[in-house]
Structure formats: structure tokens, C-alpha cells
Design a protein around this ligand. Structure first.
Ligand code: HEC
Ligand code: HEC
Ligand code: HEC
Length: 90
């Protein structure tokens, strides 16, 4: 029984991960942001850090969300880009 549950959990996890591309180009007129989703999944661990309501499209995603959450975490951790040109590449 335990084994069955483990397999089911793994399948769910794999399905969630398979739905999202490893890297995404987030469009912005001042230069698209190349976002390594897979790396962040491993780095951050908790999907809920970005997907408050569960995996999938993020409600209200855009400039304000990104500058608060993406830049916010990089500043807090002292790792990851915090300058405009480090995220927005023309
Ligand atoms: C550091 C932030 C971050 C973390 C952590 C994160 N994601 Fe995402 N994820 C994003 C962003 C940004 C998008 C694109 C959002 C949008 O377009 O609305 C996204 C999109 C997705 C999508 C939809 C892909 C599509 O093309 O529609 C899925 C599914 C997903 N993530 C699953 C996960 C799972 C499962 C985890 C945890 C293992 C996870 N994410 C962790 C930021 C993150
Ligand atoms: C919860 C913390 C956290 C969040 C949220 C987060 N990041 Fe990061 N990010 C990091 C850390 C830590 C690094 C540094 C990784 C390293 O140095 O290996 C990083 C590195 C990066 C890099 C440098 C290149 C790379 O892939 O290593 C880019 C670009 C980036 N993040 C973009 C984003 C974007 C865009 C978002 C929002 C959609 C985001 N990050 C959200 C923690 C976060
Ligand atoms: C940590 C990465 C990161 C940093 C640093 C960052 N941005 Fe962004 N920015 C983003 C993301 C992600 C989006 C949302 C892209 C989307 O909605 O597809 C965005 C959106 C924007 C938009 C809206 C673009 C559009 O087409 O609507 C503007 C303007 C912008 N940023 C300007 C700036 C400026 C100016 C700075 C420096 C002060 C800056 N950004 C720093 C990641 C970043």
C-alpha cells in the first residue's frame, strides 16, 4: 500500500513538472526576461513561493508581481539579479 502511494505521489509531481517548460521567456517591451523555471524549482523547493494558488498560470503576473516577488527574493537572499539590465535583456 505504501508503495502505491509513493508511486502516485511521484506521478503527480512528474506531471506538474512536465507541464512547465524548463526555461521561459517572459515578454517585456524593455527586454524579455529569461527565466529558468526548472532551476528555480530546485533552488526554491516550495512551489507555493511563487504559485500561491497551486501550479499553473500565476494570477496577476506582470511587472508589479515580478518586481515584488522575483527581485524581492533576490534582494533578500543576496543572490540573483536585482538590476534592470540583469533581468531585461534586449
Ligand atoms: C521562483 C518562482 C517559481 C517557482 C518556485 C515555481 N514556479 Fe512555476 N512558474 C513560475 C512563473 C513565473 C510561471 C509563468 C507564470 C505565468 O505565465 O503566469 C510559472 C508557470 C508554471 C506552470 C505553467 C506553465 C505554462 O506554460 O502554463 C506550471 C505547471 C508550473 N509553473 C509548475 C510549477 C511547480 C510544480 C513548481 C514547484 C515544483 C513551480 N512551478 C515552482 C514561477 C515559479
Ligand atoms: C524565493 C526566491 C526566488 C524567487 C521568488 C525568484 N528567484 Fe530568481 N534566483 C534566486 C536565487 C537564489 C538565484 C541565484 C542562483 C545562483 O546564483 O545559482 C536566482 C537567480 C536568477 C537569475 C540568474 C540566472 C539563473 O537562472 O541563475 C535570473 C535571471 C532569475 N533568478 C530570474 C527570476 C525571475 C524572473 C523570477 C520571478 C518570476 C525569480 N527569479 C524569482 C531566487 C529566487
Ligand atoms: C529579477 C528580475 C527583474 C529585475 C531586476 C527587473 N525586472 Fe522588470 N520585469 C521583470 C519581469 C519578470 C517582468 C514581467 C514580464 C511579463 O509580464 O511577462 C517585468 C516587467 C517590467 C516592465 C513591464 C514591461 C511590459 O512590457 O509591460 C517594465 C517597464 C520593467 N519591468 C522595467 C524594469 C526596470 C526599469 C527595472 C530596474 C529598475 C526592472 N524592470 C528590473 C523582471 C525584472
Amino acid at each position: 500500500m505504501k508503495k502505491l502511494i509513493a508511486v502516485a505521489a511521484f506521478t503527480l509531481l512528474a506531471a506538474g513538472a512536465a507541464l512547465a517548460a524548463d526555461t521561459m521567456s517572459l515578454p517585456a517591451k524593455n527586454g524579455n526576461v529569461e527565466f529558468n523555471h526548472k532551476k528555480h524549482q530546485q533552488l526554491v523547493g516550495d512551489c507555493k513561493a511563487c504559485h500561491e494558488k497551486g501550479p499553473g498560470k500565476i494570477e496577476g503576473f506582470g511587472k508589479d508581481w515580478a518586481h515584488k516577488n522575483c527581485k524581492g527574493c533576490h534582494e533578500q537572499k543576496g543572490a540573483g539579479p536585482t538590476k534592470c539590465g540583469e533581468c531585461h535583456k534586449k
